[in-house]
Design a protein around this ligand. Structure first.
Ligand code: 2HG
Ligand code: ZN
Length: 476
């Protein structure tokens, strides 16, 4: 059997602890965070160096055996889902966990794929710098996966997506050769930006093993407030008020629905609402600046006072300490977990131009409520950059499997509206295994044809993350 001799070779190559074959050990790699996919694999490869990743890929390419590259396994769209037929091997990047260098003068960090985003943020902070990428799953999500999906997150409004932070990249290509592009230059116009092609390719073109990330100055003042607002229009008006006051100060501007917040308050321990009463909608605003002039609180309170006076904001609380800041952020970051605990949920990670967010929320809410009476509409997300997680939770007491069986119907209902509003069906989570069926419709024609040619050129045997991002050859 090809697979037996391949596993023998890989076992010799990876050494003790480098190859997991016992089903009890491989099982955690075969289910995704959402529990949408339950696969099987003969083995999980755990290389501990770029050279070892390259050797694994070369051996698999030669044997024609497919690989699923995997980081923290936190994808919302089955980006690292393992197929059910047991034909593919998992390649885990977790043991590539070194921070190779941090340079506080150049403000760069050279870091391996398996470092968690949280560990990377902490290391940057310890060196007096800020790694400005922040996502709810940062405690488990690993740099390789974060870059492979071009993660967005809470600070995109100010610093851009992961892509904007990548100066250099090291990756193992589908034939086992190593792309050694760990340059740390702000300016480098030397041919195709291969690193940018790999960022966002969801492991289908190469396996990211390390990267050079751009750091920023640490803020010297940070302010966080939670506001209750009457409507999404009021939330957008508040965003514009902060932008008018000082656009450079906005670090995050997050929207949450009353329904979503109530789920967090009920289902997550120690997540109480710090306002006197619940509001129909909420905004979390974080301001930050590297200036040291003590004026940021005045800026925040000035904008809030005016909005409270005109009724744009119904109620607001400003964090008085780091602990309170974390408590407010917890209300936002636990939205996914609360929705998971509430039963089946269907996610729509969509984006529209910021000006159209209120219309998106109004129209998609009516459409979903008409489609499934009793459905719990719980949108939240990054209002400041137009990315709303238009999530739907099953009606209370409904049959979970029956609700989830209607996921395409629900996603298509929301996406039809997103399309009319000139948005995207996947703003930051990627396409993964869940959404390739949407690609012909949204990215068909020349765009999809070019993507297929790129895949064919860089991975002619189709061994990397098969079935993700691109639809079957027969589609589109
Ligand atoms: C977030 O913004 C993540 O918290 C997860 O992107 C969103 O659960 C989701 O849909
Ligand atoms: Zn998000």
């Amino acid at each position: 059997m090809i697979i037996d001799s391949l596993l023998q070779t890989l076992g010799d190559l990876l050494g003790p602890g480098g190859l997991l074959t016992d089903p009890a050990d491989t099982a955690p790699y075969c289910t995704d965070w959402r529990g949408l996919y339950h696969g099987r694999t003969p083995a999980v490869l755990r290389p501990n160096s770029t050279g070892a990743v390259a050797a694994c890929v070369a051996a698999c390419a030669e044997a024609g055996v497919r690989l699923v590259p995997m980081g923290g396994n936190t994808s919302m769209v089955g980006g690292a889902a393992v197929p059910e037929d047991g034909s593919e091997l998992v390649l885990s990047l977790s043991r590539l966990a070194r921070i190779r260098a941090i340079d506080a003068i150049d403000m760069t960090m050279t870091i391996e794929a398996g470092v968690t985003l949280k560990a990377a943020q902490d290391a940057a902070r310890a060196a007096g710098c800020l790694l400005p990428l922040s996502i709810s799953s940062e405690g488990s999500a690993q740099i390789g996966g974060v870059l492979a999906t071009n993660a967005g997150g809470n600070n995109t409004v100010r610093y851009g997506n992961a892509r904007e932070l990548v100066l250099g990249l090291e990756a193992v290509m589908a034939d086992g050769t190593v792309f050694e592009g760990l340059r740390r230059l702000r300016k480098d116009n030397t041919g195709y930006a291969l690193r940018q092609l790999l960022v966002g390719s969801e492991g289908t073109l190469g396996i990211i093993t390390a990267a050079v990330l751009q750091l920023s100055p640490l803020p010297r003042q940070v302010e966080v407030a939670l506001c209750g607002v009457a409507s999404p229009e009021a939330a957008l008006a508040l965003f514009m008020a902060f932008r008018a006051a000082d656009p450079s100060a906005i670090q995050a501007f997050e929207y949450m629905s009353g329904t979503g917040m109530a789920l967090v308050n009920t289902l997550i321990p120690d997540a109480g609402l710090p306002l006197s009463e619940p509001a129909p909608h909420y905004v979390l605003v974080e301001l930050a600046t590297a200036r040291d002039d003590g004026t940021l609180r005045d800026l925040l309170e000035g904008v809030l006072a005016e909005a409270l006076e005109t009724g744009g904001v119904l109620d607001a609380v400003v964090a008085e300490s780091g602990t309170q800041r974390l408590a407010i952020w917890k209300l936002r970051e636990e939205h996914s977990e609360a929705q998971k605990r509430a039963g089946g949920s269907v996610k729509n990670d969509v984006s529209v131009p910021v000006s159209r967010v209120p219309e998106l929320i109004a129209r998609a809410t009516s459409a979903c409520e008409a489609l499934i009476p009793g459905i719990r509409v719980a949108p939240f997300g990054h209002l400041g950059d137009g990315n709303i997680h238009f999530n739907l939770v099953q009606p209370e007491g409904a049959d979970t499997a029956g609700f989830l069986a209607r996921d395409h119907e629900i996603m298509d209902t929301v996406c039809a509206i997103v399309r009319e509003l000139e948005g995207s069906f996947s703003a930051e989570h990627g396409v993964g295994r869940l959404k390739p069926y949407m690609m012909p419709d949204w990215r068909g024609g020349a765009e999809l044809a070019a993507m297929r040619r790129i895949k064919q050129a860089l991975d002619p045997k189709g061994i990397l993350n098969h079935g993700k991002l691109l639809p079957d050859a027969s589609a589109g």
